[in-house]
Design a protein around this ligand. Structure first.
Ligand code: ADP
Ligand code: 3PG
Ligand code: MG
Length: 396
């Protein structure tokens, strides 16, 4: 995939650079940043631009304010945190377009950093409204997109702006594309195993279809497995599953059978009647699930079987926690598989916001994985083989 990168920029020094990042970080209830991974991951790009004397004007969204101002979603705390991480002043504007922003930008020196307010406060952003896009572009001379996590959105600051300015990928964007692209090629090292968990089938169908005929094994867990178990005729009790997706689940399993692919569902499952930190659990064969039981994790036997398959895999893609891992009684499957994979010598790619979050919270050594994507939806769409507007704009 040919995209323009920082190396293609002839002159950074003195230039006003509009840098789109994905600083859509999870917040605590009191507004503090719970996890700054996405900020840290874009530091190399910011530092490089600063070092080379660019005037770095940062654009980001935070949450989904839907085109309106929302005091709880201002980027003030993010800008303060970036000041700590860079050791440099970040001149934060309290607006997007307007006098304050223009004053800040006109006062910038080489190597300075500024940050505009949450770009989604403007209705023009998500609509990619032409006038807004043009005005936004008018604030800078070069556009750099480091927001891989938002690359699946066709918004003013992720795609539209590239119609008006020379556009390049930042270092994080480049890193994500470099790590994920080989998975879409034929040169993938086999056996390839794709692990699926999480909740919603719809968000995973694209990847499943894209890897049908390519993957050697599909290992399934999470609430997703419940829908497949129900489609296979099992009673899933009161487990979370998608009744209206049973037909889809059946089609996928039939397709796998035709292609002689191994689509593996849990044989034993961890069940409870209630979801809590001290829930009483039982590990039982799937055929024994009845009544008001809820399947909340893959069982020990299944976990071991999945590890045996991973042991012989050369490439592993993982999207979706294998159980309700936010609660201790249901985290064994996700934790054991993550620990195994982190130690195992294979190419291991983790995608999906909740999966990356689970790995972090469970205290797994993240350096054991080849790549943990900063993208949730973006990573899933990329691996589904879809064209991402934010990346396409960098090819023009
Ligand atoms: P990702 O963001 O990594 O793509 P998803 O958003 O698809 O993952 O799913 C994550 C959610 O699925 C988590 O909140 C997790 O608790 C939930 N989940 C996983 N397994 C189960 C289960 N058996 N029952 C209920 N919820 C589950
Ligand atoms: C994400 O968190 O996945 C990205 O920041 C995109 O956010 P969005 O789903 O609100 O567009
Ligand atoms: Mg999710």
């Amino acid at each position: 995939m040919k995209i323009r990168t920082l190396k293609d920029i002839s002159e950074i020094k003195g230039k006003k650079i509009l840098l789109r990042v994905d600083f859509n970080v999870p917040l605590e209830e009191n507004g503090e940043i719970r996890d700054d991974t996405r900020i840290k991951e874009s530091l190399p790009t910011i530092e490089k631009l600063v070092e080379e004397g660019g005037k770095v004007i940062i654009l980001s969204h935070l949450g989904r304010p839907k085109g309106k101002m929302d005091e709880t979603l201002r980027l003030t705390k993010v800008a303060e945190h970036l000041e700590k991480l860079t050791g440099k002043q970040v001149k934060k504007s309290s607006e997007i377009l307007g006098d304050e922003t223009e004053k800040i930008i006109s006062g910038m020196n080489e190597g300075d950093i500024a940050m505009l307010e949450n770009i989604r406060f403007s209705p023009g952003e998500e609509e990619c409204e032409p006038e807004f896009t043009k005005k936004l572009a008018g604030l800078g001379e070069i556009f750099i997109n480091d927001a891989f996590g938002a690359a699946h959105r066709k918004h003013a600051s992720t795609a539209g702006i590239a119609d008006h300015l020379p556009a390049y990928a930042g270092l994080l964007m480049e890193k994500e594309i470099t790590a994920l692209s080989p998975l879409l090629s034929d040169k993938i090292e086999k056996p390839l195993t794709v692990i699926f968990g999480g909740a919603k089938i719809d968000t995973k169908i694209g990847i499943i279809k894209n890897f049908l005929g390519k993957a050697d094994y599909f290992l399934v867990g999470g609430a997703l497995a419940n829908t497949f178990l129900a489609a296979a005729g099992y009673n899933v009790g009161e487990s979370l599953y998608e009744k209206d997706k049973i037909g889809t689940a059946r089609d996928i399993m039939l397709e796998c059978e035709k292609k002689k692919e191994h689509f593996i569902l849990p044989h034993d499952v961890v069940c409870a009647e209630e979801i809590s930190e001290d829930a009483e659990t039982i590990d039982i064969p799937v055929e024994d699930v009845i009544g008001n039981m809820k399947i909340l994790d893959i069982g020990k036997w299944t976990t071991e079987k999945y590890c045996n398959i991973l042991e012989k895999s050369k490439t592993v893609i993982w999207n979706g926690p294998l159980g309700l891992s936010e609660h201790t009684p249901f985290q064994n499957g996700t934790k054991t598989i993550a620990e195994f994979l982190a130690k195992h010598d294979s190419t291991s790619i983790i995608g999906g916001g909740d999966t990356a979050d689970a790995i972090k919270k469970l205290g797994i050594d993240e350096s054991g994985f080849t790549h943990i994507s900063t993208g949730g939806g973006a990573c899933i769409e990329f691996l589904s083989g879809d064209k991402l507007p934010g990346i396409e704009a960098l090819k023009k």
